[in-house]
Design a protein. Structure first.
Length: 400
């Protein structure tokens, strides 16, 4: 009999409704002595089983549920079937992979009912990040399943200091299945990409690339033909390269990472876009001010900063930063041009973020007319009862 985690009265409703996380304060007691990473059953105060997950005793979230079925064991066959199902529905519903999109997210953790596991595919390679000790303990099964389900020839493991410290395991970044060059190559739309693989020089950006913005990059590209585009916090220039390929006459990509900009420059050259895409190193906040003082104006300005609020306690400070960033971006948008502004902070709601966008634009004497509020691409699903999974906000607004 597997150990049981008993919930306190008053903490059952979210879990029953479908939220996959069991927080430490919700736990009354445990029956049995589970070791870190062991399978446990979660039960309500009346003893009814709510589901099963892996035990992470040092985490603020000691259990993340993988199944609601009390009779299902979280064994190798279960994990293999879940990963295969993630690949199957992406092929059937999203057409991923396809000839023009060979990079995509195969497993989106809680969104695919595999909390603690993130997998991205890059053509013939995949990168895997383990977020819980339960998943890490089953690495061999998972890596084999990913190789089969995605049809890749090599797999890289990606580290996360935050997850490793919280969960108590170690990761050596790099290739763990197969062999090949230290590059992740894929196609997105009409652009061919190559980025550094985990564990190699220049690697280390999440699982290798930001596939969650794929559909938003396509939306921006559709607005960019013939225009002048600024891609701020660009990484390798995903938004800017898509815009250039769609016919933007001039693109400026700004980031603080020299290695990301160098990779972006190589990608631009490989795609015949080097004459229209320029890369500028610097702190985006400073560069926005410099461009504004120089009187520069763009038809489309994209700002996609890193996470500014890691918890609810940081939201107020993040909102002040979002307001300043959007003010700096708004001054660079020509009259009637487009501001594309993003937040990947899960603690910041869409309405709260929109308020920061409105205030930032107003600080520059501009009015933001919202055209669309978008989220992550379809291969980044979230459960209906799990708002934390809907972290990405991408606001497209016309500025008057």
């Amino acid at each position: 009999m597997i150990p049981s985690v008993h919930l306190r009265p008053g903490f059952v409703q979210p879990v029953w409704a479908g939220h996959p996380w069991v927080f430490a304060q919700a736990i009354a007691r445990t029956t049995g002595t589970p070791a870190p990473g062991d399978e446990v059953s979660v039960v309500d105060p009346e003893g009814k089983t709510l589901g099963r997950g892996f035990w992470s005793p040092e985490s603020a979230i000691p259990v993340r549920l993988l199944t609601r079925d009390a009779g299902v064991a979280l064994d190798a066959a279960f994990l293999q079937a879940r990963i295969e199902e993630a690949a199957r529905w992406r092929r059937a519903l999203l057409g991923l992979p396809s000839p023009d999109n060979t990079g995509y997210r195969l497993v989106n953790a809680d969104g695919d009912a595999l909390p603690g596991l993130t997998v991205d595919v890059f053509g013939d390679a995949a990168s895997v990040q383990f977020g819980t000790i339960g998943m890490k303990r089953r690495a061999d099964v998972i890596l084999d399943a990913v190789t089969r389900a995605a049809g890749v020839t090599r797999v890289y493991e990606v580290g996360s200091d935050r997850h490793q410290q919280r969960e108590g395991f170690t990761v050596t970044e790099g290739i763990v299945r197969g062999e090949g060059p230290p590059l992740l190559s894929f196609t997105e739309g009409d652009v061919r990409f190559s980025v550094a693989a985990p564990g190699s020089a220049g690697g280390g950006q999440k699982t290798g690339y930001y596939f969650d913005q794929r559909e938003n990059r396509a939306a921006v590209a559709a607005l960019a033909s013939g225009g002048r585009v600024l891609d701020a916090f660009s990484y390798v220039g995903g938004f800017g390269l898509a815009a250039a390929k769609a016919g933007a006459r001039e693109v400026v990509c700004v980031d603080s990472s020299a290695s990301a900009l160098a990779a972006g420059q190589r990608i631009a050259e490989d795609n015949g876009l080097a004459d229209r895409v320029a890369y500028k190193k610097g702190d985006v906040r400073d560069v926005l001010g410099e461009l504004g003082r120089a009187g520069e104006r763009f038809d489309v300005v994209v700002i996609d900063p890193p996470k500014l609020a890691h918890s609810a306690r940081e939201v107020e400070k993040a909102m002040a930063n979002y307001r300043r960033l959007n003010a700096g971006a708004a001054q660079l948008v020509r009259d009637g041009g487009v501001l594309v502004t993003c937040s990947c902070s899960g603690s910041v709601t869409a309405d709260t973020f929109l308020r920061a966008v409105a205030l930032g634009a107003r600080d520059m004497g501009r009015a933001a007319q919202v055209i669309a509020v978008r989220g992550a691409a379809g291969d980044h699903p979230s459960m209906a009862a799990f708002p934390e999974g809907r972290y990405l906000k991408c606001v497209i607004a016309r500025l008057a």
